[in-house]
Structures are given as structure tokens and as C-alpha cells.
Design a protein around this ligand. Structure first.
Ligand code: ZN
Length: 385
């Protein structure tokens, strides 16, 4: 297996000891890659390895000291974690990986960032009614695009990364929100899709450049949602009927896909490490067209958090089809604790199923979330392939 990785947080690796953690993961468990969150969304993490200091809570942040000379083309201020104010945790971890011959991967949460969105709402997505979605930076916004390129250039220029994993590098709106959701309508797929359509000025501008009548589109989308809001009933029509009612929709979705694909291409162009793109939302919600993106990236990453090897196999086969049959380009994430993995045997069966299909990269979720005994499950799973 080319990549056997574990997702991890800097606060866990630093507090538990860089050398101790890396040495254990490499020599005792059999992993060859540490995938550390360099840029991360807001989080409340119960740290079950700890008794005191067992809760980590943070706004979205980056966990390293940025090279500010690289961010001069964006108005976005990198949201540096308090953990990186006096020391650079990523430097300590990168150096530790070098000492132990462990590969390092950047687990990079891209546009799901409510800290930047609240500080600078002009770069966030806007729904059709003009309301900002603070947790979702818009991939069409030029400052966002420059920021993402600067971030990845910074990471891959100043640290020894073997790979960069891009998570949420697409449209985020409508899938979920930042806080506890209080929504009195049973939102259906169509409601969430329409609520998530971005009508920020950057998207409108790109839509107009593509010849789309933005006023007609916004009017159609707004009317559908207004009926749902007024009645309390989710929107009943399907996608084809929506496109019949609002014919601009299809061209707008094409524009969104080109926004996402071209952003990933721009990031790839400045990265000094191979890029892995993580697919999470549906194509329609996220603007994520895997058939475009496969021509750009080195890896296509999917999350298979399931107790069923058959389900995992199906997901891998679907991903391989999207990658034009290249199963060796598919990177599979598995979760090493319940409910996805109720026991060691389930985790091992899933990892073996992926390996038997020709998958060459597997990541385990997540070092600091799983209880310590589950690390042995990871070891058993690795030994079984
Ligand atoms: Zn937008």
C-alpha cells in the first residue's frame, strides 16, 4: 500500500509528544503517513486520550505560522490558531516526521471556514435572497481563490509534504450550517440545493459572462423557495421540472462546475506536492464534477465510513468509474470507531476489501478521536492486507 495514513490534529500530536506519537504510529502500528489538519473548520473535540484538558474547542483556523509574503494578492487574513502564536506546531510535526522517516500529508479544509466568513462576509456565499452563508467561502470569489493558492503554496514550499488533501474545495452552502440548526420545514433535497445556490457578486458576474439571465434565474429560484417557506412544505418538484420552470439552471450549474474545477487546477499549479481532492457533497450541491477534476488531480479521495465491505466496494467501484477505470487513483478513508467500525474485524474487512480492489491509499479517521485501544484495530487492519 503506497499510502497508509492517519488523520490527526496538531493539538493531539503536540500534547502527546511529537516523537512518541510518530514513532508509535510508524513502528508499532505500521502506518507510513501522518495526515495533519493544517487548515480546519470550527471544532468541539472530546479528547478521550486525556483526563485533564480533555476538550478542544476552536473557531476555524490554520495551525501554522503563515509566510505572509505569499498572501499579498488576497484581502483574506489567514486565521492563525492561538496554538500557533508562539510556536509553530506544524514545523515541530514536519521536523518530527523527517526524523522518523514518516511521510506528511496536509489535511486541508478549504472553504468551510466560518471564521473568515464572519470576519469578511464579502467573500462568503450568498443565498438567492442575499443572505451570507458565513461558514461557506465562495470558490468564485477572487480573494478566496488567491487565498487558497497562497495557502497551498505556503504549505508545500515551507514544509516537507508528500501530499496535499483538499477537503471542501467546492460550494458548501445548503448542506449544513455553522451552529445548531433550527429549521421548521422538513427541507428536502431540492430545498437544500436551491438554498445552497450562491448568488454572490462573483457568481453573478461569472454567470453573466456565460450568457445567463441572472435576474430570471434568481427570480425562479426565489419563487420556489418562497412557496416552501410560506407553506411549510418542502418543494415537491424534481430537477427536470425545476429546469423546465427555470431554464437558466443548467447553464448556471455548468458555470459552477467550471469555477470549482478551475480553482483546483490553480491550486495544483502552485502546489509543490501531489494533490488529492476529497469528494463529499453531491455533484449538484457542490459543483464538483469528478470527470473534470480527474484530469487535474493526482488522487481522488472518498470517505467510506460504513460497517459494510459491500458498501465500501460499491463506493470504490463508483469512484474508479469516475476516474476512468483508474482504481489506483482512488484514496479511501475509513473510520476506526463505531458506528462505522463497531469492532476490529469490521475495520480489517473493509481495509482488505479496498486493497483487494487495487486501492493504493487508505486513511484512518482519526488519531485523537478514537480511543487508544482502537489503534490496535488499525494495526490489525494493516497486517491483514
Ligand atoms: Zn458565489
Amino acid at each position: 500500500m503506497e499510502i497508509l495514513s492517519i488523520w490527526s490534529y496538531v493539538w493531539d500530536v503536540i500534547d502527546e509528544g511529537v516523537d512518541s506519537v510518530i514513532s508509535t504510529l510508524k513502528n508499532e502500528i505500521g502506518l507510513n503517513t501522518l495526515s495533519v489538519a493544517t487548515s480546519y473548520h470550527s471544532v468541539d473535540h472530546l479528547r478521550v486520550h486525556q483526563r485533564e484538558n480533555n476538550f478542544y474547542s476552536s473557531q476555524a483556523a490554520i495551525y501554522f505560522q503563515p509566510d505572509r509574503s505569499l498572501y499579498t494578492n488576497t484581502r483574506i487574513e489567514p486565521p492563525v490558531s492561538p496554538l500557533a502564536e508562539t510556536v509553530n506546531p506544524l514545523r515541530l510535526i514536519s521536523d518530527g516526521c523527517d526524523r522518523h522517516g514518516m511521510k506528511l500529508s496536509s489535511w486541508t479544509v478549504c472553504l468551510h471556514n466560518s471564521q473568515i466568513g464572519r470576519n469578511q462576509p464579502e467573500v462568503a456565499q450568498r443565498d438567492v435572497f442575499g443572505n451570507p452563508c458565513w461558514h461557506a467561502l465562495c470558490p468564485a470569489n477572487e480573494d478566496v481563490r488567491e487565498y487558497m493558492c497562497a495557502l497551498v503554496k505556503d504549505l508545500t514550499t515551507n514544509y516537507n509534504f508528500a501530499t496535499v488533501e483538499l477537503e471542501s474545495c467546492d460550494y458548501q452552502g445548503g448542506r449544513h450550517y455553522h451552529g445548531h440548526e433550527k429549521i421548521g420545514i422538513p427541507l428536502g433535497e431540492m430545498d437544500r440545493f436551491l438554498l445552497g445556490l450562491c448568488f454572490c457578486e462573483s457568481c453573478r458576474k461569472r454567470g453573466r459572462a456565460a450568457g445567463i439571465d441572472i435576474a430570471a434565474l434568481a427570480n425562479g429560484v426565489g419563487c420556489e423557495l418562497a412557496v416552501s417557506f410560506a407553506s411549510g412544505e418542502p418543494i415537491q418538484i424534481g430537477f427536470d421540472e425545476l429546469c423546465a420552470n427555470v431554464p437558466e439552471t443548467r447553464a448556471y450549474l455548468d458555470m459552477r462546475e467550471s469555477v470549482v474545477s478551475s480553482l483546483i487546477a490553480e491550486i495544483k499549479a502552485v502546489s509543490k506536492a501531489p494533490i488529492s481532492s476529497m469528494a463529499m457533497g453531491t455533484r449538484r450541491h457542490a459543483g464538483y464534477n469528478a470527470e473534470q477534476i480527474r484530469e487535474i488531480v493526482d488522487w481522488y479521495e472518498i470517505l467510506c465510513y460504513t460497517p459494510s465491505p459491500e458498501s465500501l466496494e460499491q463506493s470504490v467501484q463508483n469512484a474508479a468509474t469516475l476516474m476512468n477505470g483508474q482504481v489506483d487513483k482512488v484514496w479511501v478513508g475509513v473510520c476506526a470507531y463505531p458506528p462505522a467500525s463497531p469492532d476490529a474485524a469490521t475495520l480489517a474487512a473493509n481495509v482488505k476489501a479496498a486493497a483487494d480492489l487495487g486501492v493504493r491509499a487508505v486513511s484512518f479517521y482519526n488519531y485523537g478521536i478514537m480511543p487508544m485501544p482502537n489503534l490496535k484495530w488499525v494495526k490489525t487492519a494493516i497486517e491483514g492486507i
